[in-house]
Design a protein around this ligand. Structure first.
Ligand SMILES: CCCN1C[C@@H](O)[C@H](O)[C@@H](C(=O)O)C1
Length: 600
């Protein structure tokens, strides 16, 4: 687990310099790099943009599909003025694992391709001079790492991944790299929880530092007026006439943490923007500030042409414009944690997000879906290592994202095999170990596939609300048989109703692959008309069951996947194309969702 995952800020005590841009890049198929000393830097590679996945910049298949070790290198200058400061390189994400070297010295390694980590380089840098950072990355998949899959070797000796999931294994320095100078004594973390008292609110906080200097915490409103202050590493900020953070009606305060005796010359200062709101599950209702909400939105991917899985602010800005236009209020970070900047935008725009760890593919049927295996995923030699990494990434996910008002819930798995008795002890361990990680005690949940129903799933006691992925009209009962699909879906909902659903149910996946521009009257599968028919069918069912408290259609946009006879250059279930243009279904939801209140 990382010591500190605070997002970088710049002020009189801290600096944050992004090292984005063109780096040197090399594949290392024969693991030559260590023998040839690549850790000291190299100039005979190709230029590679950062942040970006490396895959789509090449014109040959071997490079695009490359699986194994790869190396990045660049120079960076450390000013003499940085002497006495703590120096870190913060990697917002390297997919799927990395070892970091500075001036040839190995600093640290990290496992997990979607969460940040920081390397303390204080002892390795030369001040007032250029330095060299080298990243040795690897993108192989296995059953003992997240996301799950296999790596095979072809007869020609090339390695190839076999993902147990339906998104392309984009790899590399997918997010920004930061050079940080920090005070030796500093803020490492903070927590916030909220109590609403009529018009007023109490912001309970804790601050973690690495020293004994006193701490002062203040809260300023959107106009910069300080509305509350408190002393000490634990305390309460009393806010009169609090302006609450609401769904699609956000309001953010600025929290300032100062370390040191003298407010004029603090030892360290850390600021962040927070929203005062509460989240509760009450019966089959999801409450924000004690008001029931209904989730309207999407499953998404961090995916776009050219940059692959890399965070691209331009794409994110466009996606939020589309989600606001269509009347959405929420999304799931399927199937992995997104870049922190996404959560910051969601905080500002008043969107709710379900924050998901990349525990995807924990199901051999998924492997079968992609041509694979028929055995229990939760019974194998990989489980011990997988569990260690799974809970480690849950800990870091919650540590990183716990202060975002936009985070509604934690999704601890996507479509695991929950029919298998062997799943129960694994789930118990994960839910026991994650129980107290979130000071705000937000709901914990996971998605249930078509096979995992109220009759077959062995782990329905664990989630705080249910997330269902259902595909009648597509993977079964498609085309003219869709009426059977609707009847079957209603049968299942009737069983949930009869069983006495005591928790909210959110549909987190449903939809149909659709080739933009393909039309037919009457419809056939793959046409835009048929996608609307499927979505109308789901809408009819959602409107008939009061315990259904959300509809998040799969997917916001078309996205890249592995090649296969069920994919047409990727997954086409997008409501928008991969270049973010509307299919007919976008206008269906624009009409359906904009008729409703923003938060219901
Ligand atoms: C059938 C598995 C559930 N779901 C997972 C998601 O990652 C896929 O993209 C989606 C699909 O097949 O479109 C299905």
């Amino acid at each position: 687990m990382e010591t500190s995952l605070l997002y970088p800020v710049t002020n009189d005590q801290r600096t944050d310099q992004k090292l984005d841009g063109l780096w040197q890049f090399k594949f290392d198929e024969t693991k030559q790099g260590v023998k040839d000393g690549w850790e000291t830097g190299f100039h005979d590679g190709v230029s590679m943009p950062v942040p970006a996945s490396f895959n789509d910049f090449f014109t040959d298949k071997e490079s695009r599909e490359y699986t194994g070790d790869f190396w990045y290198s660049r120079k960076f200058f450390v000013p003499s003025a940085a002497k006495g400061k703590a120096l870190f390189l913060r990697f917002d994400a390297v997919t799927h694992r990395a070892t970091i070297f500075v001036n040839g010295k190995e600093i640290r390694s990290h496992e997990g391709g979607f969460l940040p980590f920081a390397a303390d380089i204080s002892s390795a840098v030369h001040y007032g001079a250029e330095n060299t950072v080298v990243v040795k990355g690897n993108n192989e998949l296995s059953r003992e790492a997240l996301p799950a899959g296999d790596t095979i070797t072809l007869r020609n000796g090339k390695k190839m991944v076999r993902p147990f999931f339906d998104f392309y294994n984009y790899s590399g320095l997918n997010r920004s790299v930061h050079l940080l100078t920090l005070p030796q004594e500093r803020v490492l973390d903070y927590t916030t929880t909220f109590e609403l008292n009529g018009q007023d609110a109490t912001v309970n906080y804790t601050v973690t530092t690495n020293g004994d200097a006193p701490v002062t915490v203040s809260l300023a409103d959107a106009d910069g007026q300080v509305v509350a202050t408190a002393q000490g590493k634990e305390g309460a900020l009393q806010v009169k006439n609090a302006h609450l953070w609401q769904v699609r009606n956000a309001y953010l305060y600025t929290l300032t943490i100062q370390v040191g005796d003298d407010a004029q010359t603090p030892v360290d200062t850390y600021t962040d923007r927070i929203g005062i709101r509460t989240i509760k599950i009450s019966g089959t209702n999801i409450l924000v500030n004690d008001k029931p909400i209904y989730l309207k939105g999407f499953g998404r991917h961090e995916d776009s042409p050219f940059a692959g899985r890399a965070f691209d602010l331009n794409v994110e800005k466009k996606d939020f414009a589309l989600m606001k236009w269509i009347g959405a209020n929420s999304f799931r970070t399927s199937h992995y944690p997104y870049d922190e900047q996404v959560y910051k935008i969601a905080d500002e725009e008043g969107f709710l997000l379900t924050d998901e760890v990349p525990a995807v593919g924990f199901k051999m049927a998924a492997a079968a879906f992609l041509g694979g295996l028929n055995q229990s995923f939760f019974k194998g030699p990989w489980l011990k290592k997988l569990h260690e990494r799974h809970i480690d990434q849950i800990r870091d996910l919650i540590k990183r994202d716990k202060n975002h008002p936009s985070v509604l819930a934690w999704s601890l798995f996507n479509e695991p095999d929950t029919i298998d008795e062997n799943a129960v002890p694994y789930f118990k361990q994960i839910f026991d170990e994650s129980k107290d990680l979130d000071p705000q005690s937000r709901p914990r949940t996971f998605t249930l596939s078509e096979d995992d129903t109220i009759e077959t799933s062995k782990v329905l006691d664990f989630p705080d609300f249910y997330m269902l992925n259902r595909y009648p009209g597509w993977y079964h009962f498609g085309g003219y048989q869709i009426s059977d699909g609707e009847a079957g879906l209603r049968d299942e909902m009737d069983k949930w109703q009869k069983a006495g659903v005591t928790k909210p149910v959110v549909f987190t996946e449903f939809g149909a692959d659709t080739e933009a521009g393909l039309h037919k009257l009457p419809s056939v599968m793959w046409t835009e008309e048929y996608q609307v028919e499927v979505l109308k069918m789901f809408s009819r069912v959602f409107d008939d069951y009061d315990f259904i408290k959300g509809e998040q259609v799969w997917n916001l946009a078309d996205f890249q996947t592995v090649e296969g006879n069920m994919r047409v250059n990727g997954n086409k279930k997008g409501i928008f194309t991969r270049d973010r243009q509307p299919k007919e279904a976008a206008f269906f939801y624009h009409d359906r969702w904009n008729k409703l209140p923003l938060d219901y």
